[in-house]
Design a binder for this molecule. Structure first.
Ligand SMILES: *Cc1c(COP(=O)(O)O)cnc(C)c1O
Length: 478
């Protein structure tokens, strides 16, 4: 397929630039372009066809099933987009006087308050732009707390091996030493290993719950107690709140701070690289350390900014990705108090529905009721037939299904991690299960076909490492 630069003809095209409404100034010579500016010269018709073709080559949640575990690829209601596109939200400037942006401040305050209610926290910041950014911010909260008390010997963060990969990375970026503890047989945190790991040098624990094998840790109260008794704080990675929202609250489980991904559970589209939002919530004793100016006030008397002298400073400019917040608030308000727990209940129901159907043939990494996702272990299949998790994933492409997450979490070899989400109808899940079961049989009957899959995709098996390490993102003119 040609790039946009390679279609069209000199002189063709359209210009819809608005009239210049500021005085024209001459730029200094050294700032002026020295070479010709190559812009695509295409008609509206050509542009439309070009992007439609691109869209047709892409698989998205609007096209078909997208069961990527850990990613929560739910369908995003279009009303969210309509709200985010309202001029009053789209065209405000963060430096406008408070009195002129009361509506936007109300959106922020309301979102912080609803998130606090859902997570069982006392305060929230909407500044972090992603989940990992939220983790970093949450760890800075923990660090600020210990430092403020003059407790400087706490240099370690404990991270169970079933945590999301960003957890240890964020702790290391924050200057902490990461102590990894193994999971027990049942996929939950090994309590004895945790007891051995905590001590006077423990700054805190980061727990992904449900963890990356889709299990809710049954010892959660004991876990937070052990860490607190050692003087550490507890951080809850709630990036995927899809099984938990409206059902249970990290704040009630003993956690001191938490992040959620608005671009997962709270329905902002993601997968194309942004913009995201990873709000961080905390208990009252940590709130003075939160980043940025806090929004105070209420609808009757108006909203205003207030700085905290103990704030860690800003982790992003102003209020983070504000329009993502508008989408999330729209989502939470349209679902409401009844809809939020209903959504999480359906997410868990759908995952278990698929898990039980697939367990007829596939081996489950943990054969127990899961939360919003489950992990299949294809090691035995690979050993017996030579067909790997990658081969099955590639085979799915020929059936129009986006593969589940592969080779994650790392503690399961040949892993396929499935997360259907609450928005999938039963027929779609039935069809995907039938396909996966058919591929299982194919692995036994015709492994070669699966080794060579996909047979009908535009791109088959690209050099993924090469694409990641040496991406070509710049167009070079001949
Ligand atoms: C996605 C995810 C993250 C990281 O979120 P990003 O927005 O990609 O930085 C962290 N933890 C868990 C459990 C996740 O699923």
């Amino acid at each position: 397929m040609n790039l946009i630069f390679e279609i069209g003809k000199e002189g063709r095209g359209l210009s819809l630039l608005p009239k210049c409404d500021v005085p024209v100034t001459d730029l200094p010579e050294n700032l002026k372009r020295q070479s010709e500016l190559h812009l695509p010269q295409v008609s509206e018709n050509e542009i439309s066809r070009h992007y439609t073709k691109l869209a047709q080559r892409t698989h998205g949640v609007n096209k078909g099933f997208y069961p990527l575990g850990s990613c929560t690829m739910k369908y995003n209601p279009k009303v969210n987009e309509e709200m985010a596109a309202l001029k009053g939200f789209r065209q405000v400037h963060p430096l406008q006087d408070e009195s002129t942006v009361q509506g936007s401040l109300e959106v922020i305050k309301m979102t912080e308050d609803i998130l606090s209610e859902i997570l069982g926290m006392d305060a929230f910041t909407l500044q972090p732009a992603a989940g990992a950014h939220g983790e970093f911010t949450g760890l800075l909260l923990i660090k600020s707390y210990h430092t403020d008390r003059g407790d400087t010997k706490r240099t370690k963060i404990i991270v169970p091996d079933s945590a999301h990969g960003t957890n240890p990375a964020s702790a290391a970026m924050c200057g902490y030493e990461v102590v990894s503890i193994p999971s027990a047989e049942d996929g939950c945190v090994d309590l004895d290993a945790l007891r051995d790991a905590v001590g006077e040098d423990t700054a805190g624990l980061m727990l992904t719950n449900p963890n990356t094998v889709g299990l809710f840790d049954k010892n959660i109260l004991e876990i937070t107690k052990i860490v607190h008794e050692a003087g550490g704080l507890c951080y809850y990675d709630g990036a995927n709140l899809n099984a938990v929202m409206g059902q249970a609250r990290p704040g009630d489980m003993g956690f001191d701070c938490v992040h959620v991904n608005l671009h997962k559970t709270f329905s902002t589209p993601h997968g194309g690289g942004g913009p995201g939002s990873g709000p961080v919530g905390c208990k009252a004793f940590l709130q003075d350390f939160l980043p940025g100016a806090r929004i105070k006030g209420n609808i009757e008397d108006g909203y205003y900014y207030e700085d905290s002298p103990k704030s860690m400073g800003s982790v992003k400019m102003f209020h983070g990705n504000f329009l993502v917040v508008v989408r999330a608030l729209t989502y939470m308000l349209t679902l409401g108090k009844e809809g939020i727990p209903e959504a999480s209940a359906n997410a868990v129901l759908n995952a278990n529905y698929m898990r039980v159907k697939l367990a007829k043939k596939y081996e489950m990494a943990y054969d127990t009721t899961c939360m919003h996702e489950f992990v299949m272990d294809l090691s035995e299949l690979k050993h017996r037939t030579g067909v790997s998790a990658l081969d099955v994933a590639k085979g799915l492409l020929d059936y129009g299904v986006h593969p589940p997450t592969m080779y994650f979490p790392l503690i399961v070899h040949e892993a396929l991690m499935v997360e259907p989400c609450e928005t999938e109808p039963r027929e779609v899940m039935d069809e995907a299960c039938d396909t996966l079961l058919e591929l299982y049989d194919l692995a036994e009957k015709d492994p070669e076909w699966l080794h060579a899959a996909p047979h009908n995709a535009v791109i088959g098996r690209p050099d993924e490492v090469g694409a990641a390490r040496k991406p070509v993102v710049k167009y070079t003119w001949e």
